[in-house]
Structure formats: structure tokens, C-alpha cells
Design a protein around this ligand. Structure first.
Ligand code: ADP
Ligand code: 5GP
Length: 202
């Protein structure tokens, strides 16, 4: 019998570095599952359907909400975003840890569904650096950047509901810190015991 995987929620304002960190963690922990979110927003150049997001119409999205397929969903920046319940269940029931890179309201909904989830809030070193990174990414036009910056204060106000805070100044250090949280979870007795017990005849 496999022990259930853990859910790791990585939140923080747009530009905090969630995707960058997520990518690095998946390279480092090859068995780390991640949930490809659904969204109604247009793909950015280079984004791949089924990899970065599952891009759907508003009608398709709302039909999935109505049929109870979504664990959580939000409307931000004029679009719907959400996490499929089945994908999460499949990972954790199969004993795989799962990383979700989602905004705060979705993160808190996941915490309600999985109270044991590890809640990590990611912050860039300063507001100026956040703005510089958002602009530097070059994926949004000015009104979209403004919209994202206007929501930063709200997202920060939700950080108190999280359990861990990582500052993404030096990327390598931030990756190391989140990796430490993953490793710590994997060392929990209930996870370790079934691996160790057979050698002890237990
Ligand atoms: P999010 O997924 O939270 O919106 P991204 O991962 O897209 O954020 O990061 C926003 C931008 O900041 C990207 O261009 C990324 O390359 C850059 N970035 C991420 N982490 C760092 C860092 N530690 N130092 C400098 N730039 C970074
Ligand atoms: P973007 O348009 O920049 O890719 O994403 C906008 C915001 O939506 C980001 O803060 C991102 O983390 C969040 N987001 C992406 N997928 C999901 C999801 O499945 N659920 C929730 N709640 N937020 C998501």
C-alpha cells in the first residue's frame, strides 16, 4: 500500500517566480507531479497547450465547474483559472507529491480541501524588483502589468494564511529552500516507515 503524496501550494504575486521555481524543482525532483491548470486566457507566444495550461473556452470551463470537475477556480485579470480535482487525487493517491503554482484564493481553497497541504508563499525581494521582473518577462502589455500590480497588496495580505515564506532574491537559494521543505516532508515518519520497516522485519 503506498502512502499518500503531499500537496505543495506555491503562491505569490505574478512575477514572484512561481513558474521559474516550479520548473527548477521538477528538474530536481523527477517524481514531483504538477497540475496543469485550465484557463480561459489566450496562450502567450511559446506556451504549449497541455503543458503550460489547458486552454479552454469560457463555456468549456464553466461546464467543468458545473459538473464538479474543478477542485478550485478563480477569476483574475479577466480570465478563469482552475485546478482539476481528478489530477490532484490521482497524484496523491498514487503516492506522488504534487506542486501547485496558483494564486492565493485558489491556494486557500486547496488548503480547505487538503488541510495537511504545505503552504508556501513566495515573494520577490522588493516591490521595485517585482515590477522590474514583471516588465522584464515581457509577456504582458502595460494595462495587464498594471492590473497585476494592483492586485499585489491583496495577495500579500493573504500571506498570513500560509505556513512558509520564501524570498526569491537569489534564485539558487530560493530553490534550495523550497527543496528543503519537500525533503522535510519526505522524511516524516509515516512516509519513511513503510520504506524502512521491511529491512527490520516489521
Ligand atoms: P510567476 O510565475 O510567479 O508569475 P515567473 O517565474 O514568470 O513568475 O518570474 C517572473 C520573471 O522573473 C521571469 O522573467 C523570471 O525569469 C524572473 N525571475 C524569477 N526568479 C528570479 C530571480 N531570483 N532573479 C531574477 N529574476 C528572476
Ligand atoms: P498568468 O496569466 O500570469 O499565467 O496567471 C495569472 C495568475 O493565475 C497567476 O497568479 C497564477 O499563479 C494563477 N493561476 C494559474 N493557474 C491557476 C489555477 O489553476 N488556479 C488558481 N487559483 N490560480 C491559478
Amino acid at each position: 500500500m503506498s502512502v499518500a503524496g503531499q500537496v505543495f501550494v506555491l503562491s505569490g504575486p505574478p512575477g514572484a517566480g512561481k513558474s521559474t521555481l516550479g520548473k527548477r524543482l521538477r528538474q530536481r525532483f523527477a517524481d514531483l507531479a504538477y497540475s496543469v491548470s485550465l484557463t480561459t486566457r489566450e496562450p502567450r507566444p511559446g506556451e504549449v497547450h497541455g503543458v503550460d495550461y489547458v486552454f479552454v473556452s469560457r463555456e468549456e470551463f464553466l461546464a467543468k465547474v458545473a459538473s464538479g470537475e474543478m477542485l478550485e477556480h478563480v477569476e483574475v485579470f479577466g480570465n478563469l483559472y482552475g485546478t482539476s480535482a481528478a489530477a490532484i487525487r490521482q497524484s496523491i493517491d498514487g503516492g506522488r507529491d504534487l506542486l501547485l503554482e496558483i494564486e492565493v484564493n485558489g491556494g486557500l481553497a486547496v488548503k480547505r480541501a487538503f488541510p495537511q497541504a504545505v503552504m508556501i508563499f513566495l515573494l520577490p525581494p522588493s516591490p521595485a524588483e517585482l515590477e522590474a521582473r514583471l516588465r522584464g518577462r515581457g509577456t504582458e502589455d502595460e494595462p495587464k502589468i498594471r492590473g497585476r500590480l494592483e492586485r499585489v497588496a491583496y495577495e500579500l495580505a493573504q500571506a498570513r494564511h500560509y505556513t512558509h515564506l520564501v524570498v526569491n532574491d537569489d534564485l539558487e537559494r530560493a530553490v534550495e529552500e523550497v527543496a528543503t521543505l519537500l525533503t522535510a516532508e519526505r522524511l516524516r515518519l509515516e512516509r519513511r516507515w513503510p520504506l524502512v520497516a521491511p529491512a527490520w522485519g516489521l
